[in-house]
Design a protein around this ligand. Structure first.
Ligand SMILES: C[S@@+](CC[C@H](N)C(=O)[O-])C[C@H]1O[C@@H](n2cnc3c(N)ncnc32)[C@H](O)[C@@H]1O
Length: 289
């Protein structure tokens, strides 16, 4: 297993890129407070099933972005903390929490700092949750897994639902462009984080799609770190967690990952007819014995 150095400088560049992208993303999502005030919940059935009953449990939502899923976890009865590196995302999340009266504690931090500080304070939680587009920003998968293991109570669980690294081998036109085995080497996008919410239209909005910011150009580049399924699972096992569930899904939730994808029911996207099926998402549940 290859260990990468923690690349804090690249995380900081990602913070700038996420700040800009988050503004564009939220500009398409309409009145989000109203969505929650009307009883809305942004979680998909897949993560609700992996989470199980979370009533009364402490849940840390790592890389929570603008907090919509964190509020939704709280709505399911959990005591929720959300952590994200983006200033824009966390200030939006705090405002959404205030406007809706749905209580979540939000912290703006690099998760590596937050995990270390939380472990030093001997604070532990029942569930660590992360989802959809989180692991590709992790520059050291081994340290990430160890940090999660340290803040879980015995019997506590990591619940992860993610886009599959196999899907990340393809360019937007489905051509096989990127290697599967990257061992977390940084992949730099000079154009930064895109307005993928605009590309996914109602797949990623809470109600009707709003035009919002048009022709978004991100002034800040971004850096991703791809990890294979075996690198992710091995990191969790080496951190002392026991694997309970490893599941793969032939569709993507919310995000239209590639051109010509077809929208299925429940805000899911499936490949076009001429593309044989492939794993587009995976789910992991691992507990601390
Ligand atoms: C695709 S979003 C995740 C969205 C999430 N599924 C949700 O609930 O909305 C990825 C998030 O990771 C955050 N991020 C990237 N690197 C990070 C780091 N080192 N520490 C904390 N957050 C980070 C970004 O700011 C961004 O909000």
């Amino acid at each position: 297993m290859v260990n990468n150095p923690l690349r804090k400088q690249l995380h900081e560049e990602n913070r700038l890129s996420w700040n800009e992208a988050t503004k564009a993303h939220n500009s398409h999502k309409g009145n989000q407070a109203k969505f929650f005030q009307n009883g809305g919940n942004t979680l998909f059935p897949e993560e609700i099933e992996l989470l199980g009953d979370i009533t009364g449990l402490s849940v840390v939502h790592l890389q929570c972005n603008a907090g919509q899923d964190s509020l939704s976890l709280s709505r399911l009865g959990a005591v929720v903390t959300g952590v994200d590196i983006s200033d824009e995302a966390i200030s939006f999340a705090k405002k959404l929490s205030q406007e809706t009266g749905i209580t979540v504690t939000f912290y703006r931090a690099d998760i590596f700092d937050w995990l270390e500080e939380t472990a030093q304070k001997n604070e532990q939680v029942d569930i660590v949750f992360c989802s959809y587009g989180a692991v590709c920003w992790i520059s050291d998968i081994s340290l990430w897994a160890k940090g999660i293991a340290l803040i879980l109570k015995h019997g506590g669980r990591l619940v992860l639902i993610e886009f599959h690294p196999v899907a990340m081998m393809f360019d937007s036109d489905w051509s096989h462009k990127f290697p599967y085995f990257r061992e977390g080497q940084p992949l730099t996008w000079e154009e930064g984080i895109s307005d993928y919410v605009a590309a996914s239209s109602e797949g990623l909005t809470l109600s009707e799609y709003e035009t919002g910011i048009e022709n978004f150009q991100n002034p800040y580049r971004s850096h991703e770190f791809q990890w294979s399924i075996s690198e992710i699972v091995t990191a969790l096992l080496q951190a002392g967690l026991s694997l309970e569930v490893l599941q793969e899904y032939p569709y993507s939730n919310g995000c239209k990952l590639f051109e010509r994808m077809r929208e299925a029911t429940g805000r899911r996207w499936i490949p076009p007819d001429d593309v044989p099926n492939l794993p587009l998402m995976y789910g992991i549940v691992a507990h601390k014995p």
